[in-house]
Design a protein around this ligand. Structure first.
Ligand code: PHE
Length: 527
């Protein structure tokens, strides 16, 4: 595919819908609700808003700006700014993204299972668990674990991968046609859930919980780390996918305004998603046990099961919402990967997508496999520990922030923050000044470094109880990862960080080292 064949967004709205479709996903519904609950409701909002304005919006403008300027995929964009080292950072981000895409799709496979269950079986009283210490589990848990432990989930995962590559088949064009339906649909579904939640007796108290900050909770490091990770993940930052989306924009585009719009749309969606979740938790007096995935997969469904107006209707709405929001996010990850391969090797999109599909289905299957099926854990109402928990537990908290840090160094110090400012200021209503350069060069890198170092010390136990209440956006999904120690499988847990580092670094080195096919594109838009 030559540069001239690169597809473009048909309209500015199409781009903003696609970017906000990427941003709004499982992070906004599944993880935000669980994090906000864990960190004391309103207490979470102050660090969250600080993270949004200090890091989130500026980084979004950066990713939009660099992609728009270079009009190539992420590794190539950074490569033009900082040579081989830049390209390496870009590939490294994408290899991180590969891991996250795989388990993101795994979770979407489970969502498909739950969506089917919501048509009936999910709401039946108990599900038999013949192979586990507990012979029956109340639904929706029982149904969830049944689905997870059956082969049907592999089919669901393959289906979600197929949907992803299908949506990416014509690049920006097919993505745009899809998000035009998906993004409005997710707002409508979310609004319906909010109206239902708020009109429940006691539902409004849940919303008040979000507005009543417990300021004492805010002094902890974890709440800040949780908020910054949440913002990075939720805004799709540190994966290079937004920069690829921006590379499909026409030359005269106001990327700064579009960055602001996307960030604000994402965060308002996230904020009101909290209304739907907390109104139900409070109306039905359900107390989640701080497990991120469990909150959406079986705690909240306990509330949905009791909803006047029909568990089926609202269950389908809820899991339908997760699927639509998750798919419009995962396609951006797939597109980010596909575009990088296409731009480097000039191979046909169909071939790249077929390859991603095959590797992706395998990877997502592996992430779905429970590596520990321990009857004592099963008796606890859990199936086992998946690789997903482990990778997330170790890798996720560091990967995104490290990429964000490297991006700031490449753009702020090697390329030059002022050159980026000059570029984005060319067509904007919001001109950026030297304050923005200070953010990119000093404030954001220092903040990220502080979070990484403090987080690391915390996990090593130097700053107190390492297992205390660290935030794992995905982790603790099924079993507390620490429980692995008692099962004889702890070597797997120990191997995970090594595998993660080896995979991302070696993968990125190889991709950087491989020679690129000859370029026929016009180069950076610096004119
Ligand atoms: N922002 C998405 C969410 O909140 C996740 C995502 C991250 C998607 C990075 C694409 C790239 O679920």
């Amino acid at each position: 595919m030559s540069a001239s064949e690169r597809t473009q967004w048909k309209s500015r709205l199409g781009f903003v819908l696609a970017a906000s479709g990427s941003a709004i996903g499982l992070g906004n519904i599944v993880f935000f609700g669980a994090n906000a609950y864990k960190f004391g409701g309103g207490a979470f909002y102050v660090p969250y808003l600080v993270a949004l304005f200090v890091v989130g919006i500026p980084m979004m403008i950066l990713e939009f700006g660099i992609g728009h300027r270079s009009r190539v995929a992420f590794p190539q964009t950074l490569g033009r700014m900082a040579g081989r080292a830049g390209e390496f950072v870009g590939w490294w981000a994408l290899f991180n993204a590969v891991i996250i895409t795989m388990y993101y799709v795994t979770i979407l496979g489970w969502v498909v299972g739950m969506l089917i269950g919501a048509l009936g079986p999910l709401w039946e009283p108990a599900s038999p668990m013949p192979n586990y210490a507990m012979e029956t589990l109340p639904n929706p848990q029982g149904y969830f674990f049944d689905t997870l432990s059956s082969w049907t989930v592999v089919g669901f995962v393959a289906l979600v991968w197929l949907a992803n590559v299908g949506i990416c088949i014509n690049g920006a064009r097919s993505i745009e046609s899809t998000v035009k339906f998906f993004v409005p649909a997710m707002w409508i579904m979310m609004l319906a859930l909010i109206v239902r939640g708020l009109t429940l007796d006691g539902g409004f108290d849940g919303v008040m919980y979000l507005f009543n900050p417990d300021f004492s909770a805010m002094s902890g490091l974890d709440v800040w780390r949780g908020a910054f990770s949440q913002i990075f993940f939720s805004l799709s930052l540190g994966f290079g996918v937004l920069s690829v989306y921006a590379s499909y924009l026409p030359k005269k585009s106001d990327t700064t305004s579009m960055g602001l719009q996307t960030a604000l749309m994402n965060c308002s969606f996230e904020y009101i998603a909290g209304f739907a979740i907390f109104s139900m938790l409070f109306a039905f007096a359900i107390v989640p046990k701080a497990s991120t995935l469990a909150m959406s997969f079986f705690v909240l469904p306990q509330g949905i099961a009791q909803l006047p107006g029909g568990a089926v209707t609202f269950g389908v709405l809820f899991f339908g919402l997760l699927l639509v929001a998750g798919l419009s996010s995962s396609v951006s990850l797939v597109e980010g990967l596909a575009a990088a391969a296409i731009d480097k090797f000039r191979v046909k999109r169909g071939i790249v997508l077929a390859l991603l599909f095959s590797v992706g289905v395998l990877g997502s299957m592996v992430f779905a496999l429970p590596i520990v099926i321990d009857s004592s854990l099963a008796g606890n109402g859990t199936l086992g520990l998946t690789l997903l928990d482990l990778f997330d537990h170790k890798a996720f908290g560091y990967g995104l922030l490290l990429v964000g840090l490297a991006e700031c160094i490449v753009v702020g110090w090697i390329f030059g923050a002022q050159r980026l400012i000059d570029h984005v200021n060319r067509h904007t209503k919001f001109t950026l000044g030297t304050g923005y350069a200070h953010l990119i060069k000093f404030i954001i890198p220092l903040t990220i470094t502080a979070l990484l170092v403090l987080g690391f010390l915390h996990e090593c136990g130097t700053l107190g109880d390492p297992d205390g209440d660290v935030s794992y956006p995905y982790g603790q999904g099924l079993v507390d990862p620490e429980a692995i120690g008692s099962t004889g499988w702890s070597w797997v847990a120990d191997a995970v960080p090594i595998v993660w580092i080896a995979f991302t670094i070696l993968g990125a080195l190889v991709m950087t080292w491989l020679p690129a096919a000859r370029r026929d594109d016009p180069g950076d838009d610096d004119a």
